[in-house]
Each structure stands twice: as C-alpha cells, then as structure tokens.
Design a protein around this ligand. Structure first.
Ligand code: F6P
Length: 324
C-alpha cells in the first residue's frame, strides 16, 4: 500500500480535525502518501483532492469543524456517482480510503467496497454517540461539555426568575447526550427516546419537585424523544395544565457541534487515526476502529452500522435518584 485517502462525511463533530491530523501523520510515519478529499463523498466524485503531508495538518488538533469540509452526498447514493469516485481514486493511485463519519457514511463506504473491492476503514465521528462498537464516538465528549456549559448558564437565569426551562439537545434517535449532560447539569427530568414514560410522569415529576421546595427546574429533552409533543408543545401543555409555572424553551441546536475538541476527543482521535491507518496497512478492510474497555478495537463495518447502542441503565437510575 503506497497511498491512502481520507475524508470527513456527514454531520461534522469536534475532533474530526485531530483525526485527519492523525491519519496524515501516521501515513507520513510509515512513508505512505496521503490524499485529503474535500466535502466527503462529493469531493471523491468531483476529484476535489489535496496532497497532504505531516506539515499540512499543523495547528489543527485544537480546531472544531473539519478542514476537509463535510457533506451528505446525494450523488454517492447513485451507482454512477460511486463509479466516478472509484475511477478518480484509481487515477490518483490510491490504495485505500479512511472515512471519518457516522453510520450513513459507513453505509456508503461498505456499498463502495462491495461494488469495487476498494479497501475502506471507518473512524466514528459524530456527536450523537450512536455507533455500535465504540463506547465513545469522536465529538461526543466535547458536545457534552458544551451542553453542560449551556445548562449551567440557563440554570443561572432559571433560578433568578423561578422558571421552568425545557432545553432541547441533539442526538438524532438516541438519548446519550441528553442523559449524560442532564445528569452533569443537574436536570430535574430527562426525556430520551429509549425511555418513553409519557406526559403523566413528567407532570408528576414536576409536581413532586415543586412540593419538595424547588423553585426552578430544568428539563432536558432529547431531540428524538417520543413523548409525542415537540418542545414548544410541551411548554404549551404545562402552561395550560399546570398552575404557577413560568415556562421558557431553549433549543441548543448546532452550537453543540462546534468548538475546540476536549482533551478526551483529541486523544481519542489520535488513537483512532493511528489504528485506522495501521489496520489498512495490514491489508485489512471494512472495519471501524473504536474504543472498547479502554483499548482500540476493530468492529466489522456492517456490525457497526446495524448494531444498536444501548442506554446505560445505571445512568438512568442515577438520574432518577438525583432528581429526588
Ligand atoms: O448527527 C449529528 C447531528 O447533529 C444530529 O444530532 C442532528 O439530528 C443532525 O446531525 C442535524 O443535522 P443537520 O446538520 O443536517 O441539520
């Protein structure tokens, strides 16, 4: 193997730059050329490439976003698009592709491999932590710190005005961000898709918290929660059905995806980049690198895509006890 390519795809996440740096520098360490691909699979189809060496990735370990840019490519979903991508990689003499992204990006990589036999390797980069085969995806830890910082600030104003705040956090179909940040931010209630306890439990919990003497409350709502009302409808529901609450809503949105990666994400990205490149140099393909029990482990890409992450039941219990 003489030349690898690297791209970032799907929603960006803090730590992607640190992972690009690790891939490029591991290539340099092993005297393998490295080609950066701009805009994910779009750039693969448009041959939007940049030759990278160890110095091209200086000063980026601490930067959020991705210097290679990211995209959710529609063209790569077509056979013609993937054929063009393959031809471009062959023309450049690339022997393997490292994809930094989430499950949608890995699905694309797997189809590409099935069609053309092209070696692919995945690095899980998403704030959602929704990928099987790793305890942490790149960016999850940073996003948690960002959300906790926001909750702390909201709590200041919530307690000054004796208000109830519904705070919506990202996470797509899973509640890992909500549960972890909710515990760390001292939320009174956390609504996640994995635990659909319904409106009654929310009302009950708010009543109890008021009876216990709390004058302000924060409820964290995962964007994918299944309570059946969006966050604004939840506010309306409480306004209409519960006495004496002054309710506000805060949707944190894309600020959760930005910012300098945490120490944890920088170290994780560096480890994952090294493992991904060294695995592909061993002529292995179709794996995702992940962190399991403190070690870098490989999970077949199809398992990483199909497997489900589980919510930590102990954390659920801790959150229940803490809202007493
Ligand atoms: O997967 C990361 C994520 O930020 C999710 O948490 C969220 O549902 C989604 O991407 C938002 O996507 P977009 O940036 O396309 O609005």
């Amino acid at each position: 193997i003489k030349k690898l390519a690297v791209l970032t795809s799907g929603g960006d996440s803090p730590g992607m730059n640190a992972a690009i740096r690790a891939v490029v520098r591991t290539c340099a360490y092993h005297s393998v050329e490295c080609l950066g691909v701009y805009r994910g699979y779009e750039g693969l189809i448009d041959a939007d490439f940049k030759q990278m060496d160890a110095r091209s990735v200086k000063g980026i370990i601490n930067k959020g976003g991705t210097i290679l840019k990211s995209a959710r490519s529609k063209s790569f979903r077509t056979k013609e698009g993937r054929k063009k991508a393959f031809e471009n990689l062959v023309a450049e003499g690339v022997d393997g592709l490292v994809v930094i992204g989430g499950d949608g990006s890995f699905t694309g990589a797997l189809i590409f491999n099935e069609e053309f036999g092209f070696p692919v390797m995945g690095i899980p980069g998403t704030i959602d932590n929704d990928i099987f085969g790793t305890s942490h995806t790149l960016g999850f830890d940073t996003a948690l710190n960002t959300v906790v910082d926001a909750i702390d600030k909201i709590r200041d104003t919530a307690s000054s005005h004796n208000r109830l705040f519904f705070v919506e956090v990202m996470g797509r179909d899973v509640g890992h961000i909500a549960l972890n940040a909710g515990i760390a931010g001292g939320a009174e209630e956390i609504l996640i898709p994995e635990e659909d306890l319904g409106l009654d439990r929310l009302v009950d919990s708010l009543n109890k918290s008021r009876q216990s003497g709390k004058s302000s409350s924060i409820v964290i709502v995962a964007e994918g929660d299944k309570i059946g009302k969006n966050i604004f409808e939840l506010k309306d529901y409480v306004d209409e059905n519960m006495e004496g609450y002054d309710v506000r809503v805060s949707v944190l949105g894309h600020m959760q995806r930005g910012g300098a990666p945490s120490c944890f994400d920088r170290v994780l990205a560096s480890r994952m980049g090294v493992k991904a490149v060294e695995t592909i140099l061993e002529y292995k393909s179709n794996y995702m690198v992940g962190l399991l029990n403190g070690k870098m482990e490989l999970t077949p890409l199809d398992k990483a895509i199909k497997g489900k992450t589980k919510i930590n039941l102990e954390l659920l219990r801790v959150s229940d006890i803490m809202s007493t």
